[in-house]
Design a protein around this ligand. Structure first.
Ligand SMILES: [Fe+2]
Length: 279
C-alpha cells in the first residue's frame, strides 16, 4: 500500500485588528477569519497542518494578537505562523511562546516535520518596512536544514514573494534579496514548493526551478491593476485558502495545490441520474 497523502493548508494575510475595528475602514477581518476557521474545520479529509504565511495582525499590537488567538482557538488543526510586514517578531514570540523557533532571538524561522514532509517556515520580515528580506542567519539556517536530508520532500513558506507579480505598488515591496535565496534552492532539489502571501491573491510562477505560489486571503484582495490605472487599491473578492497535497509515489512523489473557496456554494450536484446516464 502506498503511503497516505499529506495535506498542508495555507492561509495568509489575516490582518486582525482589535475587535470592532475594520481594516481600511471597510473589511471585517475578524469575521473573515471566523469563516476561514470554520471552512478548515469542515474540510474533509482534515488537513494535517495549517501554515499561516504572514500578516497575522495588522498594526500590530498585543491586543490584536490576543484577539487572533481567540479567533484561532476553535481551529481543530495544528498550525504555525510566520511574520509578515504587518507583524512584530517580539509580539509574535510572546503570543506564541511554544512554537519551535530555530533560534532564541532574531528571525522566527521554524522547521516542522509532518509525516515524511519537511515544512520550512522562513521569516522574511524587515522591522517596520513593507518589503521583505531574508537575513543571513535565516539563509544559513535554511541551507543547513535542507542539507540535513536529501530524501525528504520540503516545502518552503515565507510571506514575501521572491518575484514580481505585475502589480506595481506590490512589486516594489517584494523579497528584495531573492537572488540570495535562489542558489540555496538550486543546491537542494528536495524543495518541491515555495509558498508565499502578501498580495492577497493567487499567483503561480517558477523560482529557482521550483513552483512558487501566492496564497489568496480570507478577507480582501489587492486590486489586479496590471495596467497601473489606479492608486494602491483593494477589492473584496471571493475569499480562499490553498491546500497543498503531497502524494508520495514512485521516485519522490507529486505536490498538487488546490485553491479552496471559503463560503457556501450551490451543490454538489450529481453528474449522472439514477439510470446512470449523464444528466
Ligand atoms: Fe504583507
Amino acid at each position: 500500500m502506498s503511503p497516505e497523502p499529506i495535506r498542508i493548508a495555507q492561509i495568509s494575510d489575516l490582518h486582525i485588528k482589535p475587535p470592532g475595528s475594520l481594516a481600511y475602514g471597510r473589511v471585517d477581518t475578524g469575521k473573515a477569519l471566523e469563516r476561514c476557521v470554520a471552512a478548515l474545520n469542515e474540510f474533509k479529509p482534515a488537513p494535517d497542518f495549517v501554515v499561516i504565511s504572514g500578516d497575522l495582525a495588522d498594526t500590530p499590537t498585543t491586543e490584536e494578537y490576543q484577539y487572533l488567538k481567540r479567533l484561532l482557538a476553535p481551529l481543530n488543526l495544528p498550525f504555525a505562523g510566520i511574520p509578515g510586514n504587518h507583524d512584530s517578531r517580539e509580539l509574535m514570540r510572546t503570543a506564541f511562546p511554544d512554537a519551535s523557533y530555530a533560534a532564541a532571538s532574531g528571525p522566527l524561522d521554524q522547521k516542522i516535520e509532518v509525516g515524511g514532509l519537511d515544512l520550512l517556515l522562513l521569516d522574511s520580515s524587515v522591522h517596520r518596512k513593507p518589503h521583505g528580506a531574508l537575513e543571513a542567519p535565516t539563509l544559513g539556517w535554511l541551507d543547513a536544514a535542507l542539507a540535513a536530508s536529501s530524501d525528504r520532500p520540503a516545502l518552503l513558506f515565507l510571506h514575501h514573494p521572491p518575484f514580481k507579480a505585475g502589480i506595481w505598488h506590490m512589486d516594489r515591496q517584494n523579497l528584495f534579496n531573492a537572488s540570495e535565496l535562489d542558489p540555496i534552492i538550486r543546491r537542494h532539489p528536495r524543495v518541491q514548493l515555495i509558498a508565499t502571501g502578501h498580495i492577497h491573491r493567487a499567483a503561480l510562477t517558477m523560482f529557482a526551478g521550483v513552483p512558487t505560489t501566492i496564497c489568496p486571503a480570507p478577507n480582501h484582495a489587492v486590486d489586479l491593476d496590471l495596467a497601473e490605472l489606479r492608486k494602491p487599491s483593494f477589492k473584496v473578492e471571493p475569499p480562499a485558502f490553498h491546500l497543498h497535497t503531497w502524494f508520495p509515489g514512485e521516485g519522490f512523489g507529486t505536490l498538487v495545490t488546490h485553491q479552496v473557496p471559503i463560503g457556501t456554494f450551490d451543490g454538489p450536484h450529481p453528474f449522472f441520474g439514477l439510470d446512470g446516464k449523464l444528466l
